[in-house]
Structures are given as structure tokens and as C-alpha cells.
Ligand binder design. Structure first.
Ligand code: NAP
Length: 283
């Protein structure tokens, strides 16, 4: 079998940032008042969340866009968070709002996500945005699955008529990705913790997506020869994803490396959607 194609998210994210930098510069040249901001909201003091938010802010700065850091204490109530989101919705300079998941348990996260104005929902977390995306309307998709779709598109992987198995059905990843792939005419099976005979289902897949959150959960001998592997998982301690890539690479036709595959595309997509929101507002 020939060498598999590496779906290089790191390289594509870099290329995307270059384009976005030019777009931001052009926007500001044509309208000096256009200073688009991505507002990031971090509630509580979870170190992993703080790191993710920082990475998103750094990425904004790399393309010449401002970020507004909103930090709220871990005792924050739903009402207080909703008030903050409404304030950011009303702020003209804020063109995107990111509420870092997860928020502390006492907060109604769904209500807070859904309070984000649709045109500022650049992380694709609202129910309204999900519904519109599922119906094939133009809307900002959830950042990780949208980033995966950009990679698939860039490498010209045709999903039409293909059997796709998505392992994982979270609202931010498995579920929206399944809809996006269905919209590209794939035949999609969504698997989860109650799925029976998972290995058999994965074995039939032309495209396998690992979105489980368990290191090397999808075994190499489940992968059909020539399948495309999209591994959304990342487990820094084990330096691996949700698929046993070391052993599966030899069987597949293309794969996303871990790290350097899906991860970099998530942030690039978030920034791209914020720039798009700014262009629509000021353009
Ligand atoms: P999540 O909310 O924990 O969802 C995990 C999903 O996996 C659930 O749908 C769950 O099923 C399913 N699952 C759990 N155990 C299973 C089993 N034994 N067999 C089959 N399915 C099982 O996780 P997530 O937020 O979607 O994240 C998934 C992975 O993607 C994680 O590794 C995460 O780090 C990674 N991720 C990466 C990025 C990025 O930017 N690179 C972004 C987001 C997530 P049930 O629904 O039945 O519980």
C-alpha cells in the first residue's frame, strides 16, 4: 500500500492565519474604525481552560486582532454570566464571543451558550446555530468539527457516498461533525458509550472519526484497509489521540497526526469565523 497522506492541520492552520492577517489589515485599511475583538470568557480557575483561552488570545494577536479577556470568579451565577454575555452582545467592537467550556457546575451552561448572539457565535455553540448548520444554512459551525471539515476539504477528500463512523456524540464535536458530513452526502453512523458491536461498525467505515476522549481507544485492527482516520482526541500525558495511530497508520490512506492534526485547526477556525463576522459587520 502506498504511503498515507498526512492531513497536516498545523501547516493548514499556519496558512489560514497568514490569509487572515491580510484580511484584517485590509479591513482596517478600508475602515480605520474597524477594530474587531474576540471576547473570551473564562469562569473559574481550571488550569487547562486557562491554557486553552490563552492559546486563543495568542492566536488572535498573531493575526493582528484584539482579544478581550473576561475572567469571572468560580462562584459566578448563571444570572451574572448571562448579564456579561448580554453586555458583550451589545458591544459593537466585539465581533465574536467565546465562552470557555466547562463552566462551574452551578451555572446553566446551555442557557449561557444560547444567550450568545448568533452573529457573534464564532465558536458555534448555540442551539440555533446548530439547527441552522444541520439544515445546511450558512452559519458558524462548532470550531473543532468545522476545522476538521476544512482539512477534509483542503485535501480534497470526497465524502459523497462514503461510510463514515463518528465515535462520540458530544454537542461540540461528534454530533455537529456528523451533521456536517451528512450535509456532504456521507452515510453517517454515530457511535457512543451504549453502542453495541463498535468494532464491527468501525470496520465497515471508509472514514473513522475518534471523538471519544479515551487514549488509543480505537484499535488498529478495527480499521479497514485504506480508510481515512480523523483523530480529534489529544492526550498530552500519553502523547496520543483517541486512535491507536502508531499501529493504524500502515493500514490507512490518510490520517490526522496527533498532535498537529485537528487541534491547530480548531483555533484557526475560531479566529477565521471571528474575522468573517467582522468583515460582515464592517464590510
Ligand atoms: P465528551 O464530551 O466527553 O464526549 C465523549 C463521547 O465519547 C461521548 O459521546 C461518549 O458517549 C463517547 N464515549 C465515551 N466512552 C465511550 C465508549 N467506551 N465507547 C464509545 N463511545 C464512548 O468529549 P468531547 O468534548 O467530544 O471530546 C472528545 C475528544 O476530542 C477528547 O479527546 C477531547 O480532548 C478532544 N477534543 C479536541 C479538541 C481540539 O481542539 N483538538 C476539541 C474538543 C475535543 P456518550 O454520549 O454515550 O456518553
Amino acid at each position: 500500500m502506498s504511503e498515507p497522506i498526512v492531513l497536516d492541520g498545523k501547516a493548514l492552520a499556519k496558512e489560514t492565519r497568514k490569509t487572515l492577517k491580510k484580511e484584517i489589515a485590509a479591513l482596517q485599511e478600508s475602515n480605520p474604525n474597524a477594530k474587531p475583538i474576540l471576547a473570551t470568557i473564562l469562569v473559574g480557575d481550571d488550569p487547562a481552560s486557562a491554557t486553552y483561552v490563552k492559546m486563543k488570545q495568542t492566536s488572535c494577536n498573531k493575526v493582528g486582532m484584539e482579544s478581550l479577556k473576561v475572567e469571572m470568579p468560580k462562584e459566578t451565577t448563571t444570572a451574572q454570566l448571562l448579564a456579561k454575555i448580554n453586555e458583550l452582545n451589545a458591544d459593537e467592537a466585539v465581533r465574536g464571543i467565546l465562552l470557555q467550556h466547562p463552566v462551574p457546575k452551578q451555572i446553566d451552561e446551555r442557557a449561557c451558550f444560547d444567550a450568545i448572539a448568533l452573529e457573534k457565535d464564532v465558536d458555534g455553540v448555540t442551539c440555533l446555530g446548530f439547527g441552522k448548520m444541520a439544515m445546511g444554512e450558512t452559519v458558524y459551525g462548532s470550531a473543532t468539527p468545522q476545522g476538521i471539515m476544512s482539512l477534509i476539504d483542503y485535501y480534497k477528500i470526497d465524502l459523497k457516498g462514503k461510510d463514515v463512523v463518528v465515535v462520540g456524540r458530544s454537542p461540540i464535536l461528534g454530533k455537529p461533525l456528523a451533521m456536517m458530513m451528512l450535509n456532504k452526502h456521507a452515510t453517517v453512523t454515530i457511535c457512543h458509550s451504549r453502542t453495541e458491536n463498535l468494532a464491527d461498525k468501525v470496520q465497515r467505515a471508509d472514514v473513522v472519526v475518534g471523538a471519544v476522549g479515551i487514549p488509543r481507544f480505537i484499535k488498529a485492527d478495527w480499521i479497514k484497509d485504506g480508510a481515512v482516520i480523523i483523530d480529534a482526541g489529544y492526550h498530552p500525558a500519553e502523547n496520543c489521540g483517541d486512535v491507536d495511530l502508531e499501529n493504524a497508520i500502515a493500514k490507512c490512506s490518510a490520517y490526522t497526526p496527533v498532535p498537529g492534526g485537528v487541534g491547530p485547526m480548531t483555533i484557526a477556525t475560531l479566529i477565521a469565523q471571528t474575522v468573517d463576522s467582522a468583515k460582515k459587520h464592517y464590510g
